[in-house]
Design a protein around this ligand. Structure first.
Ligand code: ADP
Ligand code: ZN
Length: 618
């Protein structure tokens, strides 16, 4: 057997994805390997295929218990002998796994990092021929990352304790250079073949909305997507509770996840989501790493996360199966305040000096600014993300909210002059600067105590914009800040003019406001996973069949077949076993297990279609 045969017969795929073949080749030739690929890029195949071809056993170090179990279930489904060792096993089960491992019954054994230190595991490993140690989510080894796990530091000692050094392969989706360097250094990779695939996820459609009412928009969006799985991320536990409550009141099968729930409930809710018993998961960022549910069709951020990196990771949990999926941000200016508050008041468990804290705070606020820039950009969203990760890209991707939007260019020079000169006048009068609220009140000719006390109603700019809506003025102010005419000082959050402002005030520079046009006329067609109605119906039929089988076998539906496999099936409509094998994601084991029922169903559907055709003919 070679790597192509394994890919086809076990996993049912005809081609490798970018990077996979090189990494697999390296491992099989005895070289260490380091794969940096985005979520959904197909990292698992990179160690699973070599594991089948190497004579001994492969250990996979993985941080999450729930993930291991799913991976092993999926592997067994594909006919790969695999097992896992972690704290969820009883002593009895552990004994069975150990004795099977000793008897050479597994090609792949998943291990939790804490296990590596135990005496019993060391003895087991000592008696086995370990050819490959694959470290999944390798960024957990770095203290720079957000997901540092001290137990990951033990991996090197474990590798050293083995009689013969196996090939070591590390995998991560992290984008930061610091973390990558840490992985190589701490894991002591030896001259690894390093592959960094692109960070683009072409099947994800990025969009940012600024709805007046987030709740209304959220419910509207989720309803439109029917029974498709999705995740809603909120900034706080409290928000998770209220949003989840709201969705349930609207009759949507939602569940929740945050660190304030006890372990039992977290586990249950996660499972409800995994098994499609609940359509929507409302969660804080505690929900995520290792969520291997491949058919998540949308990720909505109810609040803006604290960094673009975090956003990319969280949004990236959509569409792991490669089918199209949405990443939607519901943005409001208040989100920036909330995020800033969370950063400034974040509990830092590690003991740090005042200097270090200040340095981290500054870095965090810098990251927040980049995140906010994403929400406000009028350029391609995908491009903005790829820029951040240092990857080149075309100017327009054609598959994001901004690329498909129609913009109008509004000349707001007059409004800009009013705002800028009002800032100037207030500064001259008071000898200090004020924030957006007071500025807006002055421009709109408000009658507040503060305005009277400060005598701002005596300014020539008082009431200049009394006919403009406050949201509108706020947008102008934001835009002027983005364009670099004003800036907000960090300490008092007061607005100041920059040197650039003079050009608008005194030298006739024009200010153009580029913004998305609301397109009320053309109603967007409901997006569906399959374009043609006939294929769509078939897909739904196959989906129902998958659901039934998954329920019977007590497995998540996507472990039986992914959405991608079902769609391919609906398109190809195989009626023979040979044709069934052509479907992407169908290997020999799945053919044997599910071929009969699915073929039967498809033949029925084909027959039904022929009848239908005859009827319309006559
Ligand atoms: P990652 O761990 O990088 O996030 P996975 O290993 O979970 O990604 O793979 C994501 C999805 O892509 C899975 O459904 C997997 O079966 C599928 N996949 C992986 N490699 C291929 C391939 N060569 N062809 C088609 N699908 C693939
Ligand atoms: Zn774009």
């Amino acid at each position: 057997m070679d790597k192509h045969t394994v890919l086809r017969d076990y996993f049912g795929y005809s081609d490798f994805r970018p990077g996979q073949e090189e990494l697999i080749g390296a491992i099989l030739s005895g070289r260490d390997a380091f794969g940096i690929m985005p979520t959904g890029g197909g990292k698992s195949i990179c160690y699973q295929v070599p594991a089948m071809l190497l004579p001994g056993v492969t250990f996979v170090i993985s941080p999450l218990i729930s993930l291991m179990q799913d991976q092993v279930t999926a592997l067994r489904q594909a006919g790969v002998p695999a097992a896992y060792i972690n704290s969820s096993l009883s002593l009895e089960q552990l004994r069975t796994v150990f004795s099977n491992a000793r008897a050479g019954k597994y090609k792949i054994v998943y291990v939790a990092p804490e296990r590596l230190e135990t005496e019993s595991f060391a003895r087991l490993a000592d008696g086995l021929s370990v050819d490959l140690v694959a470290v999944d989510e390798a960024h957990c080894i770095s203290q720079w990352g957000q997901e540092f796990r001290p137990s990951y530091l033990k991996i090197v000692d474990f590798i050293k304790s083995l009689r013969r050094r196996p090939v070591v392969a590390a995998f991560t989706a992290t984008a930061t250079e610091e973390v990558r360097r840490d992985v190589e250094r701490i894991l002591e990779l030896r001259d690894p073949v390093k592959i960094v695939t692109g960070f683009d996820r072409p099947n994800l459609r990025y969009e940012v909305m600024r709805p007046k009412q987030k709740n209304t928009e959220l419910v509207r969006y989720i309803r439109k997507h029917g029974n498709r799985s999705g995740i809603v991320y909120c900034a706080t536990r409290k928000k998770v509770e209220s949003v989840c409550g709201l969705l349930r009141e609207c009759g949507i099968a939602a569940t929740r996840y945050h660190a304030g729930l006890d372990e039992e409930e977290r586990r249950k809710n996660q499972e409800d989501f995994l098994f499609d018993r609940c359509t929507v998961m409302v969660a804080t960022n505690a929900f995520g790493m290792g969520i291997d549910k491949s058919n998540v069709r949308y990720v909505i951020h109810y609040n803006m996360p604290k960094s673009l990196e975090a956003y990319y990771q969280e949004a990236g949990r959509a569409g792991r199966d490669g089918e199209s999926a949405d990443c939607l941000m519901l943005f409001s200016a208040g989100d920036i305040m909330t995020a800033r508050f969370l950063i400034e008041n974040g509990s830092e468990s590690r003991e740090l000096s005042a200097e270090e804290r200040a340095r981290i705070l500054e870095a965090d606020l810098g990251r927040l600014e980049i995140m906010a820039g994403y929400c406000k950009t009028t350029e391609c969203y995908r491009g903005y993300i790829l820029d951040y990760f240092g990857q080149s890209h075309p100017k327009s991707c054609g598959n994001c909210g901004n690329c498909s939007a129609v913009f109008d260019n509004k000349d707001i020079t007059t409004e800009a002059q009013m705002i800028l000169s009002c800032i100037k006048r207030i500064e001259t009068k008071l000898d200090y600067n004020v924030g957006a609220t007071l500025l807006m009140d002055t421009l709109r000719g408000g009658h507040t105590d503060k305005i009277r006390a400060l005598r701002l109603d005596k300014l020539s700019t008082y009431g200049l914009m009394r006919n403009d809506k406050p949201q509108e003025i706020k947008l102008y102010i934001d835009r002027l800040e983005e364009l670099g005419y004003i800036y907000t000082d960090k300490k008092y959050k007061a607005l100041h003019l920059t040197d650039k402002a003079g050009a608008v005030l005194f030298r006739g520079e024009k200010v153009i406001f580029k913004r998305k046009k609301e397109a009320p006329a053309k109603k967007k067609k409901q997006k569906s996973i399959t374009a043609q109605p006939e294929i769509h119906d078939t897909f739904e039929e196959l989906r129902a069949l998958r659901r039934r089988i998954a329920d019977e076998e007590g497995m998540p539906a996507f472990v039986v077949f992914t959405d991608a496999a079902l769609r391919d099936m609906a398109e190809k409509m195989p009626v023979t076993e040979a044709e069934f094998l052509e479907v992407s994601g169908v290997g020999l084991a799945k053919l044997q297990k599910y071929g009969k029922v699915f073929l039967k169903k498809i033949r029925e559907l084909v027959a039904g279609r022929c009848d239908g055709d005859q009827n319309t003919d006559s």
